[in-house]
Ligand binder design. Structure first.
Ligand code: ADP
Ligand code: MG
Length: 700
């Protein structure tokens, strides 16, 4: 078969026609034969099973029943009529109901003849089945049936316009007839052989017309593998191209600053994980290729020191470095922390944010351009085009989920040769998922917390126990600790949330009166200067309680704060809860996280609360989060199109993903341009996929 036949517009398929073609295009994105063949069923109905009426469950499932119609009547109702049949088997009776097509049904139905009916059941004082599929038992037994009947994706519009599952099934049959069901393979013989995969033709046939459970499973495996394989192939080859083609600054010196700092000024002993990650970064920076690395590390794992030491490497080699953070507070904190750390080192560090004064800005711009300024820390303000460096060698982005792709690109353009890029994130995502989302980045993980940290104790308390919680806070304050109380802030209901926050603040002020207690408040509607003032009072220990919205979520470091109270905790996502909890447990004292909720909780909320109280492990929490929300809601995934996967599921098919990645890597390592004869099919398929944009368009 000529492969170009698959590019034929769907209109040309017998039984489709212009109207149906339009609907297929707009509703399902099916434009060509190829698209149709890749329209994979969502699920399959097991038609090998026949139910007895007394076995039916009240769960609206698709069922198949054998029985007879004993009577037929029309029932008048407010809007129109319905036709009701009494259907019986030897265990009981149920009703079949039609709201349309009465005439045709009355004429064609045979009373007291055995039928096989199929459809969804309803229960209301007994079982009924609206608009069942029906077949005389006699014919049912004669007809060719596939045990597993595919159910295709559909939309309301399609159903309303008569393009039912049955119709799609018919069209699909026609497609197999016209193409003679012979499809070129899209994986090399070597892979098919080694992985014992079935051929493409056989896989496509069985995905649409499963011959058995076993063949269906093989077909699914083969197609999932193929889908993931080509995605990995693209990601990995992009990464390799970058390494070969994009020259980076070579930081071949490990110079005085780095060495002096390491030998004399480290405030603590690095953890093994920190050492390993610094080594990985050093290797990248001295490799002649541009670094594009993602550094994952749970909150409090000590990413800042890694960032600083990487920046020292840049400076040692005569380059400048910058550190971009998502908020003013966080930039300020990084600035203070790093200034403190490099004090003995004679380095020039500056802070640039939206609220930097213009005289200060001018000074910074000048010092940046003449190379005097070595480290610039700040917010998005750094990305503005007018901020020019003499020679930016390394850009570090903290808390990357607040950063868009476009912003990463802006950093690239700050030089003729793009600077090395290190992206740091505290939102752990499972490693294999990270590999497929950020396959164009190399990944380092800090999977170890600094020693001596006590695990945070997390509990769930209902609002009705608030008085006890207040008493606990008082005890902790008495011991000299500080407390966070955090309220949700969600865009849509900002006003309501603001009211909650203020009500909460007032009740806390009542319960914790001055002058014994001092309270800070920080929320999004305050001026940055006021925010900073309040924040500073808390950081300095002038206030004991910080009432805030989630603005404090990111990065803030107050080691003396030991209690995190999260109000309306059921309204937060898991990763946000985990981030907030990470604000405490930074000192030597035992820390606590108290999740406050009302009594009414959804199942998902319960799972989130249970997960939080059970574990402190960010990666475990990320796994649960992923299961609850699916990858679509995870950071950054919207842009990367994970949800466009046709058949594989990045979470459930994790093992297949690993295998696909392994083989893609192996093939590219041996044959990076896919020029070898045995990889011809792979090269051809890959080129076709890219040409027809059937593969993700990744950003790099
Ligand atoms: P994060 O990864 O969340 O950005 P930080 O870099 O802010 O974490 O570090 C959290 C706290 O742990 C800081 O107070 C920091 O000084 C401290 N810290 C980092 N690394 C170590 C270490 N190896 N030993 C002891 N304390 C450390
Ligand atoms: Mg940090």
């Amino acid at each position: 078969m000529n492969p170009s036949i698959l590019q034929t517009p769907i209109d040309y398929l017998k039984g489709v026609g212009p109207n149906r073609a339009d609907l297929l295009r707009t509703e399902l994105g099916v434009h060509t034969y190829q698209d149709l063949i890749n329209l994979f069923p969502n699920r399959y109905i097991d038609k090998t099973r026949y139910y007895k009426i007394n076995e039916l469950q009240r769960n609206n499932a698709d069922v198949q029943v054998i029985g007879k119609i004993t009577s037929l009547k029309t029932v008048e109702q407010k809007r129109g009529k319905r036709l009701v049949a009494t259907f019986v088997d030897d265990t009981g009776q149920m009703e079949l109901v039609w709201f349309r097509g009465h005439k045709w049904i009355r004429e064609s139905i045979k009373i007291n003849q055995p039928y096989v009916i199929f459809g969804k059941t309803n229960w209301f004082n007994g079982f009924s089945m609206p608009h069942p599929e029906m077949e005389l038992l006699e014919e049912h037994e004669k007809s060719l049936r596939t045990a597993m009947q595919p159910v295709y994706p559909s939309t309301e519009k399609l159903t309303n316009k008569g393009i039912t599952n049955k119709v799609i099934n018919k069209i699909m049959q026609q497609l197999f007839v016209e193409t003679k069901a012979r499809f070129f393979d899209t994986l090399s013989a070597e892979l098919l052989d080694e992985l014992k995969l079935i051929s493409k033709s056989k896989a496509l046939f069985n995905i649409h017309f499963p011959q058995s459970q076993e063949l269906l499973a093989k077909a699914q495996y083969r197609l999932k593998f193929e889908e993931l394989f080509y995605i990995q192939l693209q990601l990995i080859s992009k990464n390799l191209t970058r390494k070969n083609k994009i020259k980076g600054f070579n930081f071949d010196q490990v110079g005085t600053l780095f060495n002096t700092f390491y030998a004399e000024h480290l405030p603590f002993k690095l953890t093994n994980a920190q050492k390993r990650v610094i080594k990985e970064i050093r290797n990248d920076l001295g490799s002649n290729a541009q670094m594009n690395r993602l550094l994952q590390g749970d909150v409090g794992s000590g990413k800042t020191i890694v960032a600083l030491m990487s920046m020292l490497l840049a400076i040692d080699n005569g380059f400048q470095a910058c550190l971009v953070a998502p908020t003013e507070i966080l930039s300020q904190q990084h600035y203070n922390g790093i200034l403190e750390l490099v004090k003995p080192l004679n380095i020039k560090v500056k802070l640039l944010t939206g609220s930097s004064k213009s005289s200060e800005r001018k000074e910074i711009h000048e010092a940046l351009e003449n190379g005097e300024l070595q480290i610039l820390i700040g917010t998005h303000a750094i990305l503005e085009d007018k901020v020019l460096f003499k020679n930016l060698g390394l850009a570090i982005i903290d808390e990357q989920h607040r950063f868009g792709v476009a912003q990463r690109a802006k950093l690239w353009r700050k030089n003729n040769i793009p600077p090395h890029i290190l992206v740091m994130t505290a939102t752990p995502i499972p490693r294999t998922l990270a590999m497929s989302l950020y396959g164009d980045l190399d990944i380092s993980v800090i999977d170890e917390l600094p020693p001596g940290r006590k695990a945070i104790k997390t509990v769930h308390r209902y609002d009705s126990n608030r008085l006890k919680v207040f008493r606990f806070i008082k005890d902790e304050i008495e011991k000299g600790r500080q407390i966070y109380v955090v309220y949700p802030l969600i865009q849509e209901s900002e006003k309501l949330d603001y009211k909650d926050l203020m009500d909460g603040y007032e009740s806390i002020v009542r319960e914790f009166p001055q002058p014994t207690y001092q309270i800070s408040i920080v929320h999004g509607q305050m001026k940055p200067a006021d925010k900073d003032y309040e924040m500073e009072r808390f950081v300095n220990g002038d206030t004991q309680i910080m009432v805030a919205t989630t603005v404090i979520e990111v990065g803030v470091n107050v080691p003396n704060a030991s209690v995190m109270i999260i109000e309306s905790a059921e309204r937060f996502g898991l990763s946000q809860l985990h981030q907030l909890r990470g604000r405490v447990g930074r000192g030597a004292e035992q820390s606590f996280c108290i999740l406050m909720t009302g009594h009414k909780l959804s199942n998902d909320s319960k799972t989130r609360l249970e997960t939080m109280t059970r574990t402190n492990d960010g990666f475990e929490i990320a796994e649960v989060d992923l299961k609850l929300r699916g990858p679509g809601d995870l950071m950054g995934t919207q842009q990367s199109g994970v949800l466009n996967l046709k058949i594989a599921d990045i979470i459930k098919d994790n093992e297949i993903l690993k295998s696909a990645r392994y083989y893609a890597l192996r093939i590219l390592k041996e044959d990076s341009s896919l020029a070898m004869e045995k990889n011809k099919i792979i090269r051809y398929t890959y080129q076709m996929l890219i040409k027809h944009k059937n593969i993700w368009n990744y950003i790099s």
